[in-house]
Design a protein around this ligand. Structure first.
Ligand code: IPE
Ligand code: IPE
Ligand code: MG
Length: 255
C-alpha cells in the first residue's frame, strides 16, 4: 500500500505521456474529504462538494489525456443517505449542474458518460440529467467516465445473486452454469464492457478503506492512498498515482 505525496509540479509528465507500458485500463477513485476541506476553510460542507466538482473536472481531463479507458468515480454511496437531509439534497442536485456545464467539454474530448448505481430514491430531475448526459455522449469512443451514484458493492452483489437465482428457478440456467464470467454479466459494471476489473484504486483524504466500493471488481486492484483532501486533488496527483502503478508487480497469485 502506498501513501501519496503532495501534488508537486515535478511529476515526469513526459514519461507518462510517452509510454503505455503498465498503464491501468480502469482507474477507480473514492473521492473523499470534501467535508473536512470545507471545515478547514470555515465553510459549510456543501462548499467542499462544490469544490470537489472542480476536482472531478481536473481529474477527468488528465485521465482522458493519459489514455485511461475507464475512470470510475464514487460520487454517492448507498450509505450516504444516512447524512443530514440538506446535505443529501445538495449531493443529489450536483449532477444536474455538473452535466449542464461539463458535457460540451466531454463531447470535445470524446468522453462517454456512464452510470452505475440504484435508481430508486434518486430524484427524477437528477435521473433525467444523468440520462441526458449519457444520451448526448453515447457515440463517443474515448474514455468512459463512469459515475457510481447511489452505488453499494454489497447491494450490487446481492442483486446479481437474486437475478441468477430467478433464472435458475425458471430453468433458464442451471446452477453449474454460474461461473465468474456469468456472475460479472449480472453486475452493474457489465455496462463498461471489458474493463470491469479495477486496475488502480485511488482514495483521497488519508482514509484507507473500501467503504463498500466495487467489492468484486477490486479483488486484484492496486491501491494508492493520497493524504490530500478531494478538493485539493488534481491531474498531477493522478500522474503520481499512475507512476506508482507503473512500478507495481501484479502477480494474481502466481509466481
Ligand atoms: C466525499 O467527501 C464526498 C461524498 C462522500 C459524497 P465527504 O463528504 O465524505 O467528506 P468528509 O469525509 O466528511 O471530509
Ligand atoms: C465513501 O466516502 C463514499 C464516497 C466517496 C461517495 P464516505 O465518506 O461516505 O466513507 P466513510 O463513511 O468514511 O467510510
Ligand atoms: Mg468521507
Amino acid at each position: 500500500m502506498t501513501l501519496g505525496g503532495h501534488g508537486v509540479e515535478s511529476t515526469p509528465n513526459n514519461m507518462l505521456e510517452q509510454d503505455n507500458i503498465n498503464k491501468p485500463s480502469h482507474v477507480a477513485i473514492i473521492m473523499d474529504g470534501n467535508g473536512r476541506w470545507a471545515e478547514q476553510q470555515g465553510q459549510p460542507r456543501k462548499v467542499g462538494h462544490e469544490e470537489g466538482m472542480e476536482a472531478v473536472r481536473r481529474v477527468t481531463r488528465r485521465a482522458s489525456e493519459r489514455g485511461i479507458d475507464v475512470l470510475t468515480l464514487y460520487a454517492f454511496s448507498t450509505e450516504n443517505w444516512k447524512r443530514p437531509p440538506q446535505e443529501v439534497h445538495f449531493l443529489m442536485q450536483l449532477p444536474i449542474r455538473f452535466f449542464d456545464t461539463f458535457v460540451p467539454e466531454l463531447q470535445e474530448k470524446n468522453v462517454k458518460v456512464n452510470m452505475i448505481g440504484f435508481e430508486d430514491k434518486v430524484p427524477t430531475s437528477t435521473k433525467k440529467a444523468i440520462s441526458k448526459a449519457m444520451e448526448q455522449t453515447k457515440d463517443n469512443t474515448g474514455m468512459i467516465l463512469n459515475f457510481a451514484f447511489n452505488y453499494g458493492g454489497r447491494a450490487e452483489i446481492l442483486e446479481a445473486t437474486k437475478e441468477l437465482c430467478k433464472k435458475v428457478a425458471s430453468n433458464e440456467l442451471s446452477v453449474d452454469d454460474i461461473d465468474e464470467r456469468l456472475f460479472e454479466e449480472h453486475l452493474m459494471t457489465h455496462s463498461i464492457g471489458d474493463y470491469q476489473d479495477v486496475d488502480l484504486l485511488i482514495r483521497s483524504s488519508g482514509e484507507q478503506r473500501l467503504s463498500n466500493f466495487l467489492l468484486w471488481q477490486n479483488a486484484y486492484s492496486e491501491f494508492y492512498f493520497s493524504e490530500l483532501l478531494w478538493p485539493e486533488f488534481n491531474g498531477d496527483v493522478l500522474d503520481e498515482a499512475l507512476l506508482s502503478y507503473k512500478n507495481r508487480q501484479r502477480r494474481y497469485g502466481a509466481l
